[in-house]
Design a protein around this ligand. Structure first.
Ligand SMILES: [Mg+2]
Length: 155
């Protein structure tokens, strides 16, 4: 009988992807637009957050964890659905694309941990498992997140 793996969900914007820096660049490219994010190219061009790629892959490859990306779409920007998928392939590879969930209702995904920078708005507050608030004092960055999982499930 094998032990059940813990299910971990990881958000994209402000957690895996540096949305703030990318948005500032995109805004400079389309000055005068109230919603520069509605112009294609933003989501695909985001840089990874510091240590995000190595940390995600460590979680993804851990034998005791089952890891998915759980990201809410910008529903008024249809291209963001495709661009998020392209970003994941470019930075994390096709094996992670298999585990990409784009959903505006995060609480409908059942699991143990949700790593997200927002406490609510897309169902985070209704999530059944533990919400690990990225950017908080407890989890200010990826180093603190991986340290937490290393104590939980080992290296
Ligand atoms: Mg986010």
């Amino acid at each position: 009988m094998t032990e059940k793996k813990a299910i971990v969900y990881v958000d994209m914007d402000h957690v895996l992807c540096d949305y703030a820096a990318g948005f500032a660049r995109h805004k400079a490219k389309y000055p005068g637009r109230a919603f520069p994010q509605s112009k294609p190219g933003l989501y695909e061009s985001l840089d990874p957050m510091p240590d995000a790629i190595d940390s995600y892959m460590w979680l993804h490859e851990h034998p005791k964890l089952d890891v998915y990306i759980l990201t809410a779409p910008s529903i008024k920007n249809p291209h963001c659905y495709a661009e998020k998928r392209i970003w994941v392939e470019n930075h994390l590879g096709m094996a992670v694309v298999e585990n990409l969930i784009i959903s505006p209702h995060k609480h409908l995904s059942k699991g143990d941990y949700l790593i997200d920078d927002m406490p609510s708005g897309k169902g985070q507050d209704l999530f059944d498992g533990e919400l690990m608030l990225f950017g908080s004092d407890e989890f200010p960055n990826w180093t603190s997140v991986t340290r937490y999982f290393k104590t939980l499930v080992g290296r």
